[in-house]
Design a protein around this ligand. Structure first.
Ligand SMILES: NC(=O)c1ccc[n+]([C@@H]2O[C@H](COP(=O)([O-])OP(=O)(O)OC[C@H]3O[C@@H](n4cnc5c(N)ncnc54)[C@H](O)[C@@H]3O)[C@@H](O)[C@H]2O)c1
Length: 340
């Protein structure tokens, strides 16, 4: 029997790419998603790429404990990947309660259901934003954590909760993955990042500017202490992130308890460097304006990926050009996202 994995938030950007990767490697996939930032059509695309049936989707909020319990009752779930969260840094500054409620409340509800049903294996989506204003890059997992906004704080709280749960619950194994900046799309052009409303992340916003759906890109601040004054991030191809989750499942039982790994490439790029790479890869020009810094943003976040490279004998393999090319391929094939 193939192992069944519950993918919470599986209709979203990283979740849907991970579903493809799991289905292509013989896993059964069950998805829970409230579709608050995604479309059910993403899972139809997943099935098309993986050449399988559309994964079972429960449209529900994970904080609905009785509905979640029903899902665990209905499927022989062996491991859970927890992607479901609100993720916009700027929005979180204005909506802290909603962010803590959804991200922390969702995680406690999920872990309660896992305990109730004897499921002890979890891969958790954390974020490099927990490192806050990094004093130096690249960052190792041992560097200090100092979140600067409610989104990052919500992820750090979840990490602490999961650490405590692992201490208390025998056999509970959690892989806590701190993603840097996932971008790009499936190379088929069928699957990509299609958030509801105006994108808050740079790459989907830039793709829409390139296409003319949005007029100009805003670059938030050019007075950071970086190579050209704009924020530096470690962009990582979403296909590498998806592959990383499949590999993580194979390593969940390597050690007991909670383990934390950075998921990034180790290469930092400024906003202006990303714009130049996108223009090179796509032949499109990106008009932009420099505006004030955005509250909660930091100068530079770049991963030291050594720990994950060593522990799993695995590393990311796709470069910035591939990230830009694939993001644009998805955008140009799906002018109105999955609605097409
Ligand atoms: N994309 C990034 O740049 C990035 C970086 C670091 C960490 N992360 C983390 O990775 C995870 C996935 O991110 P993504 O980019 O795929 O985001 P996404 O918004 O595309 O996917 C998240 C999914 O979770 C769903 N969801 C949210 N709250 C829910 C709830 N209460 N119940 C059920 N479903 C719910 C949304 O509808 C969405 O489909 C998130 O936890 C995010 O914080 C993302």
């Amino acid at each position: 029997m193939p192992a069944t994995v519950l993918v919470v938030g599986g209709a979203g950007f990283i979740g849907s790419h991970t579903c493809v990767e799991l289905l292509q490697h013989g896993y059964e996939v069950v998805v829970v998603d409230d579709l608050s930032n995604s479309s059910p059509h993403s899972l139809e695309r997943v099935a098309k790429i993986a050449d399988t049936a559309v994964p079972v989707l429960y449209v529900m909020d994970i904080r609905d404990r009785s509905a979640l319990s029903e899902v665990f009752r209905a499927h022989p779930i062996e491991a859970v990947i927890h992607f479901a969260a609100k993720k916009a840094v700027g929005e979180s500054v204005g909506m802290p309660v909603e962010y803590y409620d959804n991200n922390v409340g969702g995680t406690t509800a999920l872990v309660s259901a896992m305990r109730e049903h004897g499921v002890r294996r979890l891969v958790f989506s954390s974020s490099c934003s927990v490192y806050g204003n990094a004093v130096k890059v690249p960052l190792t997992e041992r560097d200090p954590v100092a979140p600067t906004n409610p989104y990052a704080s919500s992820k750090w709280l979840c990490e602490q909760i999961l650490t405590d749960v692992c201490r208390r619950v025998p056999g509970m194994n959690v892989l806590n993955l701190r993603y840097f900046n996932p971008v790009g799309a499936h190379p088929s052009g069928l699957l990509g990042e299609d958030p509801r409303g105006v994108p808050v992340n740079l790459m989907p916003y830039m793709s829409r500017v390139a296409h003319g759906r949005l007029a100009r890109l805003r670059v938030f601040g050019d007075d950071y202490p970086t190579v050209d004054g704009t924020g530096v991030r470690d962009y990582v191809h979403v296909m590498d992130v998806a592959e990383g989750h499949r590999v993580a499942l194979q390593h969940l039982d390597d050690e007991a308890g909670m383990r934390t790994f950075n998921l990034g490439t180790g290469v930092g790029s400024s906003v202006l460097q990303l714009i130049a790479a996108f223009e090179d890869a796509t032949g499109r020009r990106i008009p932009y304006d420099v505006t004030d810094r955005r509250p909660g943003d930091v100068a530079a976040l770049v991963a030291d990926p050594t720990a994950v490279n060593r522990a799993w004998n695995w590393s990311t393999s796709r470069d910035l050009a591939a990230m830009c090319r694939d993001a644009w391929h998805f955008q140009s094939r799906n002018l109105a996202g999955y609605a097409d």
